[in-house]
Write a protein that binds this ligand. Structure first.
Ligand SMILES: *[C@@H]1O[C@H](CO)[C@@H](O)[C@H](O)[C@H]1NC(C)=O
Length: 531
């Protein structure tokens, strides 16, 4: 049973990898860093080939996660290539994401064990069912966001704080200190916001008398010093700046200088009114039930709520800053759900309670289905570059310019199929011995400048004008002069869901007609006329 539940978690996250293999811009730093670690190794002579030295991004990020992921992925890719499962670099990207999924499933599997131990097997099963039927975590936990590297140590810390027999009054002191050390490490190396979770966790442990103030200080100092030494050593090397502590720099840049506000500011309550309900879906209700019936759940949720409250003080808000609280809310939800399904089935309340839990899980599935359909079709850059690689596979001297939108929606280094580096030891060989294309990602250049550079043979261009039909008027849609380019492909992608409230009245037996999937032409492939 236990193994089956772990496998269910793994299959769910792996299914999301295979359904949506491409990446978005937030993932690209760590994805490309992992690419470079795998391709060039970590010697100082290979550093000049690394992507981040050419495209550094707004702030330096840590390499620690990517180096670890690179090392874990190599044996996995080696194994997969022996099974014949790898022939292109894009396959390697999939392997890397499958490995990251395994890394995060370990955390969930530990939490499930803790839930089963404290609340019984049924609660453990419900924890897994609730987690797997939600969309965001299973979809994102294989994606190379810094937050997804941070998720495992946070989950292990929660496990250490929470795992014990139901009759044990307190956790082991050793576990408390390990959890504090792990959260400190995560805050120093991966994501500084975890500091705001560490604070409430420590206060609660002190308040409950689980540990002593000076012990916490000692653990924090030791773990902090070791973590700082790690990140400064690794990142100063990769970024060629001494000394560099990326997360500290991030705080300085985003909070002290207030740069994060430039990415947009949301009202104070957004995490509670928008982001959390969206991430948790029906767990919102189930965790409320858990908190109502069980004091232990209230004390589990207290530091988490404090974390979200503290984080709400920052103007710039993103769902991924609070993603760590989702597994914890799911523990509460599993407790609530197991209480609901164990009411006496003879009573009306008992039967309704059981139906409610089943209904919530079914509703989760419907929401996840809708999200999945739109997300799968939301990576036009990946789709276009993959198509491009195939269309011109037998050509030489191709020089393609990749627009910003394409680079941000999936055109990663792993899709640069016809150019080095190749990975012969992992089963990725050049299709033709001579193929050596140029994939040009230069940013901020105009269509005129691209047209003027006679070396560029193709363009993956963005459709700027949504109202112009691409087939009718390429110039109006993309601003590329018609005289110089021929369009060879158009790639649509998800735009939005259109809501037809009235359709339920007209066709009550077809409720799915309420939502209409709308897509729009996003990218085009242009070929130089005299090429
Ligand atoms: C990419 O295109 C830009 C703009 O035309 C050009 O300046 C740059 O040299 C090109 N890159 C390569 C590697 O040819």
């Amino acid at each position: 049973m236990s193994v089956a539940l772990d496998l269910l978690l793994l299959t769910t996250s792996w299914a999301h990898v295979l359904l949506a293999p491409y990446n978005k811009v937030e993932e690209s730093f760590n994805l490309h860093a992992t690419h470079d670690v795998l391709a060039y190794g970590i010697g100082s002579e290979s550093l000049s080939k690394y992507d981040h030295l050419v495209f550094p991004g707004a702030v330096p990020r840590t390499f620690v996660g990517s180096v670890v992921l690179g090392f874990l992925s190599r044996p996995a890719a080696f194994f997969a290539s022996h099974l014949g499962a790898i022939s292109t670099k894009a396959d390697l990207q999939v392997v890397i994401r499958l490995v990251l999924a395994v890394y995060n499933v370990i955390g969930f599997s530990l939490l499930r064990r803790a839930v089963s131990r404290r609340y019984g097997g049924a609660a453990g099963v419900l924890f897994v069912l609730i987690t797997c039927t939600q969309f965001h975590l299973p979809f994102w936990m294989s994606r190379t966001l810094p937050n997804m590297f941070a998720l495992l140590p946070v989950n292990v810390a929660v496990y250490l704080l929470w795992n014990r027999y139901p009759n044990a009054m307190r956790p082991l002191q050793r576990d408390i200190h390990l959890a504090i050390a792990l959260l400190t490490f995560t805050a120093v190396v991966f994501r500084a916001e975890i500091l705001l979770l560490l604070g409430p966790v420590v206060l609660q442990a002190l308040w409950q008398g689980y540990t002593k103030f000076w012990r916490v200080v000692k653990v924090g100092l030791i773990s902090g010093a070791v973590s700082i030494a790690l990140t400064v050593t690794v990142d100063s090397f990769f970024w060629q700046q001494w000394p560099l502590w990326p997360e500290l720099y991030g705080i300085y840049f985003n909070v002290v200088q207030g740069k994060s506000a430039e990415w947009g500011v949301s009202p104070f309550h957004s995490y509670f009114t928008a982001h959390l309900p969206n991430l948790l879906t029906t767990s919102t209700f189930l965790s409320a039930v858990g908190a109502l019936i069980d004091g232990r759940i209230r004390s589990l949720l207290l530091p988490v709520l404090a974390y979200v409250l503290l984080l709400s003080g920052l103007g710039h808000k993103e769902w991924r800053f609070v993603v760590y609280v989702v597994p914890i809310f799911n523990i509460a939800a599993a407790r609530g759900a197991s209480w609901l399904i164990s009411r006496r089935k003879g009573s009306v309340f008992g039967r309704l309670a059981f139906l409610a839990v089943a209904g919530f899980l079914a509703l989760n599935c419907v929401i996840t289905f809708i999200y999945s359909v739109s997300s799968i079709n939301n990576y036009p850059g990946g789709v276009t570059l993959a198509r491009f690689n195939e269309m011109y596979a037998d050509r030489r001297d191709v020089h393609v310019h990749i627009s910003n939108l394409a680079a941000q929606t999936g055109a990663s280094l792993f899709l640069q199929t016809h150019t080095p580096p190749y990975f012969p030891d992992l089963g990725v060989h050049p299709q033709h011995p001579t193929s050596d294309w140029v994939y040009n990602k230069t940013e901020n250049i105009t269509p005129e400048e691209i047209t003027a550079n006679r070396h560029i043979t193709h363009v993956i261009a963005e459709v700027h004008n949504r109202h112009a039909s691409v087939t009718g008027n390429v110039f109006k849609a993309t601003r590329f002069p018609k005289g110089s380019w021929v369009m060879t492909a158009v790639i649509p992608a998800f735009e939005r869901w259109r809501f037809h409230a009235g359709s339920l009245k007209l066709e009550p037996m077809k409720p799915w007609k309420v939502l209409e999937y709308v897509e729009i032409e996003k990218l085009v492939i242009l070929e130089r006329k005299e090429w």
